[in-house]
Design a protein around this ligand. Structure first.
Ligand code: 13P
Length: 266
């Protein structure tokens, strides 16, 4: 049974002075059984968020790591530096692909560093609008997956709890979402790529796939109704406690239904 995950990507928002309080408020408003909750604040807020979430069963994630372990890389943060601060990390977000020119090979190196530092990675993939309109979305995402994952230690990735987030670039911050049917089809195509192209076989079925792109409490139910989608990677709405409460409450319904289908308590 795959977990149901709601991951908050705060992007370049919050400060060390206010992040802890926001995280604590969200934690208190989202105490639902069976949902994995993750908050990914800016690096500089990690310590405040970690302290605010102590004992609260909400994980803390970073939004990036450098691909090297250390050295002369001004302004960068390595995976091992995050020890004690974060247990998850977002990699390959489209904003970093676009603004920092991250390519699949570099993202693959970051992935390897992240898992060897014991971090749980969320690998982001997704097509731009022109690619979707040209009918190339699945091909683009498959290329991103192959570029980042080829030659990687599958067992290590699975042990790390590797997660994929499908975030169509045209849906991020636009108020426009993919249809739940298109997102579900992409989640299936992602697992098919892992299984066949990358040789993960049946292990592909155990990889959680999240949807991201203008997710809110009002629309997350459509995505969570799809068996192939295991939660959301949420930007703007994740900064609002009411929205987080609504999204996690809806995710708990799916978590409970999945547990019941397996004959387990949520
Ligand atoms: P929005 O939810 O603001 O569209 O952002 C999605 C995203 O990029 C999460 O990583």
């Amino acid at each position: 049974m795959r977990p149901v995950i709601i991951a908050a990507n705060w992007k370049m928002n919050t400060t060390p002075a206010d992040a802890g309080e926001l995280a604590a408020t969200i934690a208190a408003r989202t105490e639902e059984p069976g949902v994995v909750r993750v908050i990914c604040p800016p690096y500089i807020c990690l310590a405040a968020v970690r302290d605010a979430l102590a004992g609260k069963n909400v994980a803390v994630g970073a939004q990036n790591v450098h691909h090297e372990q250390g050295g002369a890389y001004t302004g960068e943060i390595s995976a091992s530096m995050l020890a004690g601060l974060a247990t998850w990390v977002i990699l390959g977000h489209s904003e970093r692909r676009r603004d920092e020119f991250e390519d699949d090979e570099l993202i693959g190196k970051k992935l390897a560093r992240a898992i060897s530092a014991g971090l749980r990675p969320i690998l982001c993939v997704g097509e731009v609008l022109a690619e979707r309109e040209a009918g190339r979305a699945v091909e683009v995402v498959a290329t991103q997956l192959r570029g980042a994952l080829v030659g990687k230690d599958v067992e290590a990735l699975l042990n790390a709890g590797f997660v994929i987030a499908y975030e169509p670039v045209w849906a991020i911050g636009t108020g426009r979402t993919a249809s739940s049917a298109d997102a579900a089809a992409m989640a299936e195509a992602i697992r098919a790529t892992l299984a066949a192209d990358l040789g993960w076989g049946h292990n592909a079925e155990s990889v959680p796939v999240l949807y991201g792109g203008s997710v809110t409490s009002a629309n997350i139910g459509e995505f969570l109704a799809e068996h192939s989608i295991d939660g959301g990677l949420v930007g703007g709405a994740s900064l609002k406690p009411d929205e987080m409460a609504g999204m996690v409450a809806r995710a708990a319904v799916t978590a409970k239904a999945r547990a019941a289908a397996e004959g387990k308590p949520a």
